[in-house]
Design a protein. Structure first.
Length: 290
C-alpha cells in the first residue's frame, strides 16, 4: 500500500506535493486507481488526494467556452443545469457505470485513465476539447485528442486541472451499447455534435479502438446535406447511409490474407460491431436533428 497520503488544500500545494514526490500518484475518485492497487497492478510510493482542492471542482465560463474542473464527478455532470450547457457530456456522465461509481468518478480521472471504454472521451473528441495541464515547469494546454493518442502525453509531475469545452448551443447526443442490461462498459459508443455556426456535424466513435475515432469524411458528407438555414431535417435514408459510412470508416475490413488488394472476409464479430456502430450513429444523428 502507499507509504504516504498527502491531502493538499490548493492547486499550488498539489503541484508542489507531486514535484516533491515524483513517485506519488494523484487520486481523484479512486474508481480506476484503487482497482489497480487492489489487484496488485500498482504499488504507488504515495498518494496525493485531490478531493480538497476546490479549484478543481465546478466550472466557469470563459470566451464562449466552459472551463470544467478536473474533479467534476459524473454525478454532477449528469444534472440538468450541466446538461443544458453540454448535453453530450451530461449524457455520457449519466451512462458511466453504476451510481456509486458516478458519485466518485471524475472527468479528469476518465481522461487520464484513457480507457477505450471511457464514456466522456468520444464526447470530448467530437467537441474538440482541450485540456489544461499544470506541472513543475508551468501550465500548458493541449487538445484532448493529442493526450489520448499519446502525441502529447502527461509529463512527470503534471496534473490535469481543467477541460476547455466550446459552448455550441446546439443539440448533442451520446449513445452507447453494452454487452449486458444495466450499467456496463461500452462495446461501442457514438457522440454526434451539431455546430451550426460552422455548419458542421461532428461525430466520434468510442470503444472500438484504443482512442476515439473521428469519421471526418462522413461528417463532411452529412453536413453538406443539412439545410442549416431551414429545419435541419434529413431523410431517414440519409441517416442510415451516415450510420453505415461511420461504421465502415471506423471499423475497417481486415487486410487480405494473401497480400492482394481485395479486402478479406469480414468476421461475424466485425459485422456485428459495424452493425452496432451504424445503428448508434444513425440514431444519434436522427436525435440530434429531431
Ligand atoms: C464498477 C465500475 C464501473 C465503471 N463503469 C464505467 C463506465 O461505464 N464508463 C466509464 O467511462 N468509466 C467507467 N468506470 C471507470 C471510472 O469510474 C472512470 O474512468 C472515472 O471517471 C475515473 O475517475 P476517478 O476520479 O475515479 O479516477 P482515479 O481512479 O482517481 O484516477 C484514475 C487515473 O487518473 C489519474 N488522475 C486522476 N485525476 C487526475 C488529475 N486531475 N490529474 C492527473 N492525473 C489524474 C490517477 O493518478 C489515475 O492514474 C467504471 C469503474 C468501475 C469501478
Amino acid at each position: 500500500m502507499a507509504r504516504t497520503v498527502t491531502l493538499p488544500a490548493s492547486l499550488d500545494e498539489a503541484v508542489a506535493a507531486l514535484s516533491a514526490m515524483p513517485a506519488a500518484v494523484p487520486v481523484a475518485g479512486g474508481t480506476d486507481l484503487m482497482a489497480s492497487v487492489n489487484s496488485g497492478l500498482l504499488r504507488p510510493a504515495g498518494l496525493i488526494g485531490l478531493g480538497r482542492v476546490n479549484e478543481l471542482r465546478g466550472w466557469q465560463y470563459q470566451d464562449g467556452h466552459a472551463l470544467l474542473g478536473a474533479c467534476l464527478t459524473h454525478a454532477r455532470m449528469g444534472r440538468p443545469d450541466f446538461a443544458a450547457l453540454i448535453p453530450g457530456l451530461a449524457a455520457a456522465a449519466r451512462a458511466a457505470g453504476p451510481p456509486q461509481v458516478r458519485n466518485a468518478g471524475t472527468l479528469g480521472g476518465n481522461i487520464v485513465t484513457a480507457a477505450p471504454t471511457g464514456d466522456a472521451l468520444p464526447v470530448l473528441a467530437a467537441l474538440e476539447a482541450t485540456v489544461l495541464l499544470l506541472g513543475p515547469e508551468g501550465a500548458r494546454e493541449v487538445p484532448v485528442s493529442h493526450l489520448l493518442t499519446g502525441m502529447d502525453p502527461l509529463r512527470p509531475g503534471e496534473l490535469l486541472t481543467h477541460v476547455r469545452v466550446p459552448l455550441l448551443h446546439a443539440p448533442q447526443t451520446f449513445l452507447k451499447a453494452t454487452g449486458r442490461t444495466g450499467p456496463g462498459r461500452a462495446t461501442a459508443s457514438v457522440c454526434v455534435v451539431l455546430d451550426p455556426a460552422r455548419r458542421g456535424v461532428r461525430c466520434a466513435v468510442g470503444a472500438v479502438a484504443p482512442m476515439p475515432l473521428r469519421p471526418l469524411e462522413a461528417e463532411a458528407w452529412v453536413a453538406s446535406l443539412v439545410d442549416w438555414d431551414g429545419e435541419r431535417k434529413l431523410d431517414p435514408e440519409a441517416c442510415t447511409a451516415f450510420g453505415e459510412y461511420v461504421a465502415e470508416a471506423c471499423i475497417p475490413a481486415p487486410a487480405p490474407d494473401d497480400g492482394s488488394a481485395e479486402s478479406g472476409t469480414l468476421s461475424a464479430a466485425v459485422v456485428h460491431l459495424r452493425r452496432t456502430v451504424a445503428a448508434l450513429a444513425r440514431r444519434a444523428l436522427g436525435r440530434a436533428l429531431a
